[in-house]
Ligand binder design. Sequence first.
Ligand code: FAD
Length: 463
Amino acid sequence: MSTLVASPTEALAADFAGELIDRDHPSYDAARQVWNGDIQRRPVLIARCRGAADVAAAVRIARQQGLPASVRGGGHAVAGHAVIDDGLVVDLSAMSGTRVDPAARTIQVEGGCLNADVDRESQAFGLAVTGGFVSHTGVAGLTLGGGIGHLMRKFGLAIDALRSCDIVTADGERLTASADENPDLFWGLRGGGGNFGVVTSFTFDLQPLGPSILAGLIAWPADQAPTVLAFLRDFIADAPDELGLMANLRLAPPLPVFPESVHGKPIIGMVVTWAGAIEEGEEVLRPLRALGTPVVDSVTTKAYTAHQKMLDPAVPHGRHYYWKSHRLGPLTDEVISVICANLEKISSPMSSVPIFSFGGAMARVPDDATAFPHRDASHDINIVASWLPEQAGEADRHRAWVRGFFDELAPHSRGVYVNFTSDDAHHRVREAYSPAQWTRLTALKAAYDPTNFFNQNANIPPQ
Ligand code: FAD
Protein backbone atom coordinates (compact mmCIF):
# COMPACT_ATOMS: atom_id res chain seq x y z
CA MET A 1 0.00 0.00 0.00
CA SER A 2 1.48 3.35 -0.97
CA THR A 3 1.63 6.14 1.59
CA LEU A 4 -0.06 9.45 0.77
CA VAL A 5 2.24 11.58 2.91
CA ALA A 6 5.56 12.48 1.30
CA SER A 7 8.68 12.17 3.47
CA PRO A 8 10.42 15.50 4.20
CA THR A 9 13.09 14.53 1.66
CA GLU A 10 10.50 13.83 -1.05
CA ALA A 11 8.51 16.95 -0.24
CA LEU A 12 11.57 19.20 -0.36
CA ALA A 13 13.19 17.57 -3.40
CA ALA A 14 10.63 19.19 -5.70
CA ASP A 15 11.78 22.68 -4.73
CA PHE A 16 15.43 22.49 -3.68
CA ALA A 17 18.70 23.17 -5.49
CA GLY A 18 21.10 22.17 -2.72
CA GLU A 19 21.88 18.79 -1.19
CA LEU A 20 19.39 16.76 0.84
CA ILE A 21 21.13 14.54 3.37
CA ASP A 22 18.85 12.05 5.09
CA ARG A 23 19.71 9.12 7.34
CA ASP A 24 20.52 6.88 4.36
CA HIS A 25 22.91 9.36 2.75
CA PRO A 26 26.64 8.40 2.85
CA SER A 27 27.53 11.87 4.23
CA TYR A 28 24.90 11.78 6.99
CA ASP A 29 27.23 11.07 9.92
CA ALA A 30 29.73 13.72 8.86
CA ALA A 31 27.01 16.28 8.11
CA ARG A 32 25.39 16.03 11.55
CA GLN A 33 28.64 16.80 13.42
CA VAL A 34 29.10 20.21 15.00
CA TRP A 35 32.18 21.80 16.57
CA ASN A 36 31.47 20.26 19.98
CA GLY A 37 32.03 16.49 19.66
CA ASP A 38 30.02 16.03 22.87
CA ILE A 39 26.86 16.80 20.86
CA GLN A 40 25.60 13.78 18.90
CA ARG A 41 22.11 14.33 17.48
CA ARG A 42 20.24 12.57 14.68
CA PRO A 43 18.10 14.82 12.52
CA VAL A 44 15.58 13.39 10.05
CA LEU A 45 16.97 15.53 7.26
CA ILE A 46 19.81 17.98 6.72
CA ALA A 47 18.83 20.45 3.99
CA ARG A 48 22.13 21.88 2.78
CA CYS A 49 20.92 25.04 1.10
CA ARG A 50 22.47 26.72 -1.91
CA GLY A 51 20.67 30.04 -1.57
CA ALA A 52 17.81 31.97 -0.01
CA ALA A 53 15.21 30.16 -2.13
CA ASP A 54 16.36 26.83 -0.64
CA VAL A 55 16.22 28.29 2.86
CA ALA A 56 12.66 29.51 2.29
CA ALA A 57 11.64 26.11 0.88
CA ALA A 58 13.17 24.25 3.84
CA VAL A 59 11.39 26.49 6.34
CA ARG A 60 8.09 26.05 4.48
CA ILE A 61 8.32 22.24 4.31
CA ALA A 62 9.32 21.93 7.96
CA ARG A 63 6.28 23.97 8.93
CA GLN A 64 3.93 22.10 6.62
CA GLN A 65 5.10 18.78 7.99
CA GLY A 66 5.14 19.93 11.61
CA LEU A 67 8.83 19.11 11.88
CA PRO A 68 10.96 20.93 14.44
CA ALA A 69 13.90 22.69 12.81
CA SER A 70 17.33 24.02 13.64
CA VAL A 71 19.50 26.45 11.69
CA ARG A 72 23.18 25.83 11.08
CA GLY A 73 25.67 28.60 10.32
CA GLY A 74 29.21 27.71 11.41
CA GLY A 75 28.03 24.98 13.83
CA HIS A 76 30.04 26.46 16.71
CA ALA A 77 27.41 26.93 19.42
CA VAL A 78 28.78 24.91 22.35
CA ALA A 79 25.24 23.66 23.15
CA GLY A 80 24.90 22.35 19.59
CA HIS A 81 21.86 24.48 18.70
CA ALA A 82 22.62 23.93 14.99
CA VAL A 83 21.57 20.28 15.00
CA ILE A 84 18.33 18.76 16.23
CA ASP A 85 17.15 15.22 17.03
CA ASP A 86 14.35 13.98 14.76
CA GLY A 87 13.94 17.35 13.02
CA LEU A 88 15.13 19.23 9.96
CA VAL A 89 18.42 21.12 9.86
CA VAL A 90 18.39 24.22 7.67
CA ASP A 91 22.10 24.01 6.88
CA LEU A 92 23.80 27.12 5.46
CA SER A 93 27.34 25.73 5.53
CA ALA A 94 27.55 25.64 1.72
CA MET A 95 26.49 29.30 1.51
CA SER A 96 29.94 30.78 2.07
CA GLY A 97 30.24 33.40 -0.66
CA THR A 98 31.52 36.91 0.07
CA ARG A 99 31.83 40.05 -2.02
CA VAL A 100 33.86 43.12 -1.10
CA ASP A 101 32.95 46.50 -2.53
CA PRO A 102 36.26 48.34 -2.00
CA ALA A 103 34.85 51.73 -3.03
CA ALA A 104 31.95 51.57 -0.58
CA ARG A 105 34.15 49.71 1.93
CA THR A 106 31.55 47.02 2.56
CA ILE A 107 31.48 43.26 2.47
CA GLN A 108 28.47 41.11 1.71
CA VAL A 109 28.65 37.76 3.46
CA GLU A 110 26.43 34.71 2.97
CA GLY A 111 24.84 33.14 6.05
CA GLY A 112 27.17 30.12 6.23
CA CYS A 113 30.50 31.99 6.15
CA LEU A 114 33.20 31.54 8.75
CA ASN A 115 35.33 34.35 10.15
CA ALA A 116 38.24 33.11 8.00
CA ASP A 117 36.19 33.66 4.81
CA VAL A 118 35.54 37.28 5.73
CA ASP A 119 39.13 37.97 6.83
CA ARG A 120 40.60 36.50 3.66
CA GLU A 121 38.45 38.50 1.26
CA SER A 122 38.45 41.80 3.14
CA GLN A 123 42.20 41.69 3.84
CA ALA A 124 42.81 41.31 0.10
CA PHE A 125 41.76 44.99 0.02
CA GLY A 126 43.52 45.96 3.27
CA LEU A 127 40.14 46.14 5.03
CA ALA A 128 38.65 44.42 8.09
CA VAL A 129 35.62 44.07 10.32
CA THR A 130 35.59 42.76 13.89
CA GLY A 131 35.41 38.97 13.77
CA GLY A 132 35.81 36.38 16.52
CA PHE A 133 39.02 35.21 18.17
CA VAL A 134 38.85 31.86 16.35
CA SER A 135 38.70 31.87 12.57
CA HIS A 136 36.53 28.75 12.18
CA THR A 137 33.57 30.30 14.06
CA GLY A 138 30.45 31.09 12.00
CA VAL A 139 29.86 34.74 11.16
CA ALA A 140 26.08 34.29 11.41
CA GLY A 141 25.72 33.06 14.98
CA LEU A 142 28.59 35.27 16.12
CA THR A 143 27.08 38.42 14.63
CA LEU A 144 23.48 37.75 15.65
CA GLY A 145 24.60 37.56 19.28
CA GLY A 146 26.85 40.65 19.10
CA GLY A 147 30.28 39.55 17.92
CA ILE A 148 33.29 40.27 20.13
CA GLY A 149 36.85 40.01 18.82
CA HIS A 150 40.41 41.36 18.74
CA LEU A 151 39.28 44.59 17.04
CA MET A 152 36.20 45.45 19.10
CA ARG A 153 37.82 48.26 21.08
CA LYS A 154 38.87 49.94 17.84
CA PHE A 155 35.97 49.13 15.45
CA GLY A 156 33.15 48.10 17.82
CA LEU A 157 31.30 44.79 17.87
CA ALA A 158 30.42 42.94 14.64
CA ILE A 159 26.84 44.26 15.02
CA ASP A 160 28.11 47.82 15.20
CA ALA A 161 29.46 47.43 11.66
CA LEU A 162 26.33 45.70 10.36
CA ARG A 163 24.57 47.63 7.64
CA SER A 164 21.83 45.24 6.59
CA CYS A 165 20.63 41.63 6.64
CA ASP A 166 18.54 39.56 4.24
CA ILE A 167 16.35 37.21 6.21
CA VAL A 168 13.85 34.41 5.66
CA THR A 169 11.16 34.61 8.34
CA ALA A 170 9.14 31.77 9.90
CA ASP A 171 6.43 32.06 7.24
CA GLY A 172 9.02 31.74 4.47
CA GLU A 173 8.88 35.47 3.61
CA ARG A 174 12.10 37.16 2.47
CA LEU A 175 12.84 40.57 4.01
CA THR A 176 15.70 43.01 4.23
CA ALA A 177 16.42 44.58 7.60
CA SER A 178 18.49 47.76 7.89
CA ALA A 179 18.27 51.20 9.47
CA ASP A 180 15.78 52.16 6.72
CA GLU A 181 13.92 48.90 6.06
CA ASN A 182 12.23 47.02 8.90
CA PRO A 183 14.33 48.93 11.45
CA ASP A 184 12.62 47.20 14.40
CA LEU A 185 13.75 43.82 13.10
CA PHE A 186 17.22 45.22 12.39
CA TRP A 187 17.47 46.29 16.03
CA GLY A 188 16.55 42.76 17.21
CA LEU A 189 18.96 41.05 14.84
CA ARG A 190 21.80 42.96 16.46
CA GLY A 191 22.05 40.83 19.61
CA GLY A 192 18.80 38.82 19.64
CA GLY A 193 20.41 35.71 18.11
CA GLY A 194 18.69 33.43 15.60
CA ASN A 195 15.24 34.04 17.08
CA PHE A 196 13.66 35.98 14.22
CA GLY A 197 14.51 34.00 11.11
CA VAL A 198 17.33 32.69 8.96
CA VAL A 199 19.76 35.37 7.84
CA THR A 200 20.93 34.47 4.35
CA SER A 201 23.20 37.48 3.86
CA PHE A 202 24.89 40.14 6.00
CA THR A 203 26.44 43.41 4.79
CA PHE A 204 29.14 44.93 6.99
CA ASP A 205 31.06 48.19 6.84
CA LEU A 206 34.81 47.64 6.61
CA GLN A 207 37.71 49.66 8.00
CA PRO A 208 41.31 49.92 6.79
CA LEU A 209 43.66 47.57 8.68
CA GLY A 210 46.96 45.87 8.05
CA PRO A 211 47.62 43.65 6.23
CA SER A 212 50.36 43.55 8.91
CA ILE A 213 49.71 44.47 12.51
CA LEU A 214 51.64 44.34 15.78
CA ALA A 215 50.34 41.30 17.63
CA GLY A 216 51.18 38.05 19.39
CA LEU A 217 51.34 36.32 22.74
CA ILE A 218 53.09 37.13 26.00
CA ALA A 219 52.96 34.48 28.74
CA TRP A 220 54.06 34.21 32.36
CA PRO A 221 54.16 31.31 34.85
CA ALA A 222 50.97 31.11 36.94
CA ASP A 223 52.64 32.42 40.11
CA GLN A 224 52.66 35.81 38.33
CA ALA A 225 48.97 35.58 37.37
CA PRO A 226 47.71 37.82 40.22
CA THR A 227 50.17 40.55 39.16
CA VAL A 228 49.33 40.16 35.47
CA LEU A 229 45.56 40.27 36.04
CA ALA A 230 45.82 43.32 38.31
CA PHE A 231 47.97 44.98 35.65
CA LEU A 232 45.40 44.08 32.96
CA ARG A 233 42.63 45.68 35.05
CA ASP A 234 44.47 48.97 35.44
CA PHE A 235 46.18 49.10 32.05
CA ILE A 236 43.14 48.38 29.88
CA ALA A 237 41.02 50.96 31.73
CA ASP A 238 43.06 53.81 30.17
CA ALA A 239 44.48 52.11 27.09
CA PRO A 240 43.97 53.48 23.57
CA ASP A 241 41.17 51.94 21.49
CA GLU A 242 43.80 50.38 19.22
CA LEU A 243 44.81 47.92 21.94
CA GLY A 244 43.04 44.58 22.27
CA LEU A 245 44.02 42.31 25.17
CA MET A 246 42.75 38.84 25.95
CA ALA A 247 44.14 36.94 28.93
CA ASN A 248 44.11 33.17 28.73
CA LEU A 249 44.87 30.85 31.64
CA ARG A 250 45.69 27.19 31.04
CA LEU A 251 48.41 24.54 31.25
CA ALA A 252 51.20 25.34 28.76
CA PRO A 253 50.92 23.02 25.77
CA PRO A 254 54.08 21.22 24.57
CA LEU A 255 54.63 23.61 21.66
CA PRO A 256 57.97 25.03 20.53
CA VAL A 257 56.82 28.56 21.41
CA PHE A 258 56.92 27.61 25.13
CA PRO A 259 60.16 26.65 26.89
CA GLU A 260 60.14 22.97 27.91
CA SER A 261 60.41 23.97 31.55
CA VAL A 262 56.78 25.19 31.53
CA HIS A 263 55.19 22.44 29.43
CA GLY A 264 52.17 21.09 31.33
CA LYS A 265 52.48 23.82 33.99
CA PRO A 266 49.88 26.53 34.61
CA ILE A 267 50.52 29.80 32.82
CA ILE A 268 48.76 33.06 32.09
CA GLY A 269 48.95 34.23 28.49
CA MET A 270 48.04 37.63 27.08
CA VAL A 271 46.95 37.75 23.45
CA VAL A 272 47.93 41.22 22.24
CA THR A 273 46.46 42.98 19.20
CA TRP A 274 47.49 46.50 18.20
CA ALA A 275 45.27 47.96 15.46
CA GLY A 276 47.27 51.12 14.84
CA ALA A 277 50.67 52.46 13.78
CA ILE A 278 53.37 49.91 14.65
CA GLU A 279 55.81 52.36 16.32
CA GLU A 280 53.07 53.80 18.51
CA GLY A 281 52.00 50.27 19.50
CA GLU A 282 55.54 49.37 20.48
CA GLU A 283 55.57 52.36 22.82
CA VAL A 284 52.15 51.60 24.32
CA LEU A 285 53.07 47.94 24.88
CA ARG A 286 56.38 48.69 26.63
CA PRO A 287 55.02 48.45 30.23
CA LEU A 288 53.18 45.20 29.49
CA ARG A 289 56.27 43.62 27.96
CA ALA A 290 58.37 44.74 30.92
CA LEU A 291 55.98 43.19 33.43
CA GLY A 292 57.44 40.38 35.59
CA THR A 293 59.44 37.65 33.91
CA PRO A 294 57.56 36.31 30.88
CA VAL A 295 58.44 32.91 29.46
CA VAL A 296 57.16 33.87 25.99
CA ASP A 297 56.97 37.15 24.10
CA SER A 298 56.01 36.51 20.50
CA VAL A 299 54.59 40.00 19.85
CA THR A 300 55.80 41.05 16.45
CA THR A 301 54.66 42.51 13.14
CA LYS A 302 52.58 39.78 11.51
CA ALA A 303 49.74 39.29 9.06
CA TYR A 304 46.38 40.08 10.60
CA THR A 305 44.92 36.92 8.99
CA ALA A 306 47.62 34.82 10.70
CA HIS A 307 46.86 36.45 14.04
CA GLN A 308 43.16 35.68 13.57
CA LYS A 309 44.09 31.99 13.25
CA MET A 310 46.57 31.88 16.11
CA LEU A 311 44.10 30.34 18.57
CA ASP A 312 42.45 27.92 16.11
CA PRO A 313 44.55 24.84 16.97
CA ALA A 314 43.70 25.22 20.67
CA VAL A 315 39.99 24.58 20.05
CA PRO A 316 39.68 22.06 17.21
CA HIS A 317 36.44 20.55 15.95
CA GLY A 318 35.39 17.22 17.38
CA ARG A 319 36.89 17.39 20.86
CA HIS A 320 34.39 17.38 23.71
CA TYR A 321 33.69 20.73 25.36
CA TYR A 322 31.72 22.17 28.22
CA TRP A 323 31.74 25.79 29.29
CA LYS A 324 30.06 28.45 31.42
CA SER A 325 30.57 32.17 31.34
CA HIS A 326 30.09 35.44 33.23
CA ARG A 327 30.26 39.05 32.19
CA LEU A 328 32.39 40.84 34.79
CA GLY A 329 33.14 44.33 36.02
CA PRO A 330 36.74 45.35 36.76
CA LEU A 331 38.91 42.46 37.99
CA THR A 332 38.83 43.07 41.74
CA ASP A 333 41.41 41.40 43.96
CA GLU A 334 38.69 38.98 45.10
CA VAL A 335 37.83 38.01 41.51
CA ILE A 336 41.52 37.56 40.74
CA SER A 337 42.00 35.26 43.70
CA VAL A 338 39.01 33.09 42.64
CA ILE A 339 40.44 32.84 39.14
CA CYS A 340 43.95 31.95 40.29
CA ALA A 341 42.74 29.37 42.84
CA ASN A 342 40.65 27.62 40.19
CA LEU A 343 43.49 27.60 37.68
CA GLU A 344 45.35 25.38 40.15
CA LYS A 345 42.45 22.89 39.95
CA ILE A 346 42.16 22.91 36.14
CA SER A 347 40.94 19.45 35.10
CA SER A 348 42.57 18.93 31.70
CA PRO A 349 45.59 20.13 29.67
CA MET A 350 43.12 21.09 26.91
CA SER A 351 40.96 23.33 29.12
CA SER A 352 41.38 27.09 29.23
CA VAL A 353 40.01 30.27 30.74
CA PRO A 354 39.93 33.19 28.29
CA ILE A 355 39.20 36.64 29.76
CA PHE A 356 38.12 39.21 27.17
CA SER A 357 38.57 42.96 27.74
CA PHE A 358 35.90 45.43 26.67
CA GLY A 359 35.98 49.24 26.39
CA GLY A 360 36.84 51.64 23.58
CA ALA A 361 34.51 51.97 20.58
CA MET A 362 32.19 49.12 21.57
CA ALA A 363 31.53 50.71 24.96
CA ARG A 364 30.56 54.08 23.45
CA VAL A 365 27.49 52.71 21.63
CA PRO A 366 24.39 53.33 23.76
CA ASP A 367 22.84 50.17 25.25
CA ASP A 368 19.46 50.82 23.62
CA ALA A 369 20.94 51.18 20.10
CA THR A 370 21.20 47.38 19.77
CA ALA A 371 20.11 44.29 21.70
CA PHE A 372 23.58 43.90 23.26
CA PRO A 373 23.57 45.03 26.91
CA HIS A 374 26.11 45.98 29.57
CA ARG A 375 28.52 47.54 27.13
CA ASP A 376 30.14 49.28 30.08
CA ALA A 377 31.22 45.96 31.63
CA SER A 378 34.97 45.49 31.68
CA HIS A 379 35.42 41.81 30.90
CA ASP A 380 33.89 38.52 29.90
CA ILE A 381 35.24 35.25 31.31
CA ASN A 382 34.69 31.87 29.72
CA ILE A 383 35.50 28.72 31.71
CA VAL A 384 36.13 26.12 29.02
CA ALA A 385 36.70 22.44 29.78
CA SER A 386 37.83 20.19 26.97
CA TRP A 387 38.62 16.49 26.75
CA LEU A 388 39.11 13.85 24.07
CA PRO A 389 36.26 11.70 22.68
CA GLU A 390 37.93 8.60 24.14
CA GLN A 391 37.86 10.23 27.59
CA ALA A 392 34.04 10.51 27.58
CA GLY A 393 33.93 8.68 30.94
CA GLU A 394 35.72 11.64 32.56
CA ALA A 395 33.12 14.21 31.50
CA ASP A 396 31.66 14.64 35.00
CA ARG A 397 35.03 15.60 36.45
CA HIS A 398 35.56 18.30 33.80
CA ARG A 399 32.02 19.65 34.13
CA ALA A 400 32.42 19.77 37.93
CA TRP A 401 35.52 21.97 37.57
CA VAL A 402 33.62 24.39 35.31
CA ARG A 403 30.58 24.52 37.59
CA GLY A 404 32.56 24.98 40.80
CA PHE A 405 34.62 27.81 39.28
CA PHE A 406 31.48 29.39 37.79
CA ASP A 407 29.62 29.25 41.13
CA GLU A 408 32.49 30.91 42.98
CA LEU A 409 32.42 33.80 40.50
CA ALA A 410 28.62 34.12 40.51
CA PRO A 411 28.50 36.87 43.19
CA HIS A 412 30.58 39.06 40.82
CA SER A 413 28.56 38.33 37.68
CA ARG A 414 27.05 41.05 35.52
CA GLY A 415 25.04 38.62 33.41
CA VAL A 416 26.15 36.65 30.42
CA TYR A 417 27.01 37.19 26.75
CA VAL A 418 24.25 35.36 24.88
CA ASN A 419 26.77 33.67 22.57
CA PHE A 420 28.59 32.23 25.57
CA THR A 421 25.51 30.57 27.06
CA SER A 422 25.65 26.78 26.90
CA ASP A 423 23.31 24.09 28.24
CA ASP A 424 22.17 26.88 30.56
CA ALA A 425 20.87 29.00 27.62
CA HIS A 426 17.23 28.37 28.48
CA HIS A 427 17.33 29.67 32.02
CA ARG A 428 20.05 32.31 31.54
CA VAL A 429 18.76 33.96 28.37
CA ARG A 430 17.04 36.73 30.38
CA GLU A 431 20.37 37.53 32.06
CA ALA A 432 21.77 38.20 28.59
CA TYR A 433 19.57 41.30 28.16
CA SER A 434 18.44 44.33 30.12
CA PRO A 435 14.74 44.35 31.19
CA ALA A 436 13.95 46.98 28.53
CA GLN A 437 15.70 44.96 25.82
CA TRP A 438 13.88 41.80 26.92
CA THR A 439 10.47 43.48 26.63
CA ARG A 440 11.32 44.75 23.18
CA LEU A 441 12.75 41.41 22.03
CA THR A 442 9.76 39.35 23.18
CA ALA A 443 7.41 41.77 21.39
CA LEU A 444 9.49 41.49 18.25
CA LYS A 445 9.43 37.71 18.53
CA ALA A 446 5.62 37.81 18.75
CA ALA A 447 5.54 39.91 15.58
CA TYR A 448 8.00 37.86 13.50
CA ASP A 449 7.80 34.32 14.93
CA PRO A 450 4.60 34.02 16.99
CA THR A 451 4.68 30.18 17.06
CA ASN A 452 8.33 30.14 18.17
CA PHE A 453 9.38 28.06 15.17
CA PHE A 454 12.98 29.24 15.62
CA ASN A 455 13.58 27.82 19.08
CA GLN A 456 16.93 25.99 18.83
CA ASN A 457 18.85 28.93 20.26
CA ALA A 458 19.07 31.02 23.41
CA ASN A 459 15.33 31.21 23.06
CA ILE A 460 13.33 34.41 23.40
CA PRO A 461 9.69 33.37 23.73
CA PRO A 462 6.98 35.45 22.02
CA GLN A 463 5.45 38.01 24.39
P1 FAD B 1 25.82 27.67 14.95
O1 FAD B 1 25.99 26.62 15.99
O2 FAD B 1 25.69 27.25 13.55
O3 FAD B 1 24.60 28.60 15.31
C1 FAD B 1 24.49 29.24 16.55
C2 FAD B 1 23.10 29.83 16.71
O4 FAD B 1 22.89 30.80 15.68
C3 FAD B 1 21.99 28.79 16.56
O5 FAD B 1 20.92 29.11 17.38
C4 FAD B 1 21.64 28.92 15.11
O6 FAD B 1 20.35 28.46 14.87
C5 FAD B 1 21.81 30.40 14.86
N1 FAD B 1 22.19 30.66 13.46
C6 FAD B 1 23.29 30.21 12.82
N2 FAD B 1 23.32 30.66 11.57
C7 FAD B 1 22.21 31.42 11.41
C8 FAD B 1 21.69 32.17 10.34
N3 FAD B 1 22.32 32.22 9.17
N4 FAD B 1 20.53 32.84 10.54
C9 FAD B 1 19.90 32.79 11.73
N5 FAD B 1 20.35 32.09 12.78
C10 FAD B 1 21.50 31.41 12.62
N6 FAD B 1 31.75 34.61 19.96
C11 FAD B 1 32.19 35.87 19.80
O7 FAD B 1 31.42 36.82 19.80
N7 FAD B 1 33.52 36.13 19.67
C12 FAD B 1 34.44 35.14 19.67
O8 FAD B 1 35.61 35.40 19.53
C13 FAD B 1 33.99 33.81 19.80
N8 FAD B 1 34.87 32.79 19.79
C14 FAD B 1 34.40 31.51 19.82
C15 FAD B 1 35.31 30.47 19.73
C16 FAD B 1 34.88 29.17 19.77
C17 FAD B 1 35.87 28.06 19.68
C18 FAD B 1 33.50 28.89 19.90
C19 FAD B 1 33.02 27.48 19.98
C20 FAD B 1 32.59 29.92 19.99
C21 FAD B 1 33.03 31.25 19.97
N9 FAD B 1 32.16 32.32 20.08
C22 FAD B 1 32.61 33.59 19.94
C23 FAD B 1 30.74 32.08 20.30
C24 FAD B 1 30.04 32.08 18.98
O9 FAD B 1 29.77 33.40 18.61
C25 FAD B 1 28.74 31.32 19.08
O10 FAD B 1 28.99 29.98 19.37
C26 FAD B 1 27.95 31.44 17.80
O11 FAD B 1 26.66 30.93 18.05
C27 FAD B 1 28.61 30.69 16.67
O12 FAD B 1 27.91 30.88 15.49
P2 FAD B 1 27.87 29.72 14.41
O13 FAD B 1 27.14 30.25 13.23
O14 FAD B 1 29.21 29.14 14.23
O15 FAD B 1 27.04 28.63 15.20
